[in-house]
Design a protein around this ligand. Structure first.
Ligand SMILES: [Zn+2]
Ligand SMILES: [Zn+2]
Length: 244
């Protein structure tokens, strides 16, 4: 069983933002994150919590709940809610089970992904993933909403394109975001799945993500962390004439 690793250890460059090094400002509560790759798709389920209160959230519990339970126990986190960035199976198929087990609400994604969450059992059969359950969030999220991680409020951005109901969670004070499958290190979300649209995805990235600032560190749905500035400068999908 792979041991969950603390996100801040992945890159020394990112340490001031998430993980090991506390931010030395009493008015900015610290967040910590543990990334737990789950499902055959190695999706970055993220346990995110307040350093001060140990209250936190599980974001995108796609499956492999035993690994998620282990990360919660190891870090002594009190999980208050489950957040979903979008309705794809590798992000959402374990949400119903974890919700029942922990007795916490599911918040997100945007309601435009309801059709994906409703058909998770069928999608599970298609991909050979056992035990995928449909889930109906206790709260759908819209642009401008906030969700709580302990005493820290994350802002919600609706970023369609990869799926119609994809949302991104941003902490402006911590210069940190969780972007799901909207943007990756060196790539962007695929747009060939039901409800996907390439132009819409690019507008979401250009109009909503990049203006947040180059110094925003982000955890994405697959692969390593990155920073918005790094992607703005080097991501092949975001440079050149194709990106207008
Ligand atoms: Zn996805
Ligand atoms: Zn994914």
């Amino acid at each position: 069983m792979p041991r969950p690793h603390v996100a801040g250890l992945q890159s020394a460059r990112l340490r001031p933002y998430v993980g090991i090094e506390p931010i030395r400002d009493l008015f900015v509560p610290n967040l910590r994150a543990a990334i737990i790759p789950v499902t055959p798709f190695q999706q970055n389920c993220t346990l995110l919590w307040s350093e001060e209160t140990k209250k936190g959230v599980v974001i995108d519990p796609g499956g492999d709940l035993d690994h998620i339970r282990q990360a919660i126990a190891q870090n002594g986190v009190t999980v208050e809610r489950i957040l979903l960035t979008h309705g794809h199976i590798d992000h959402a198929a374990g949400a119903a089970d974890l919700k029942e087990e922990l007795g916490v609400p599911v918040e997100g994604p945007h309601e435009a992904d309801r059709f994906l969450l409703d058909r998770l059992p069928e999608t599970g059969l298609m991909y050979g993933i056992e035990g995928a359950r449909a889930v109906t969030p206790d709260r759908w999220l819209n642009e401008g909403d906030t969700v709580q991680v302990g005493e820290v409020a994350l802002e919600v951005l609706h970023c369609p394109g990869h799926s119609p109901g994809s949302v991104v969670f941003v902490s402006p004070s911590q210069r940190f975001a969780i972007v799901g499958d909207v943007l990756f290190q060196g790539s962007v979300g695929r747009v060939d799945l039901p409800g996907g649209d390439g132009k819409t995805l690019m507008r979401s990235i250009k109009d909503k993500l990049l203006p947040l600032g180059d110094d925003i560190a982000f955890i994405c749905g697959h692969g390593p962390m990155s920073m918005l500035g790094e992607e703005r400068r080097t991501n092949p999908f975001l440079v050149g004439e194709a990106f207008v």
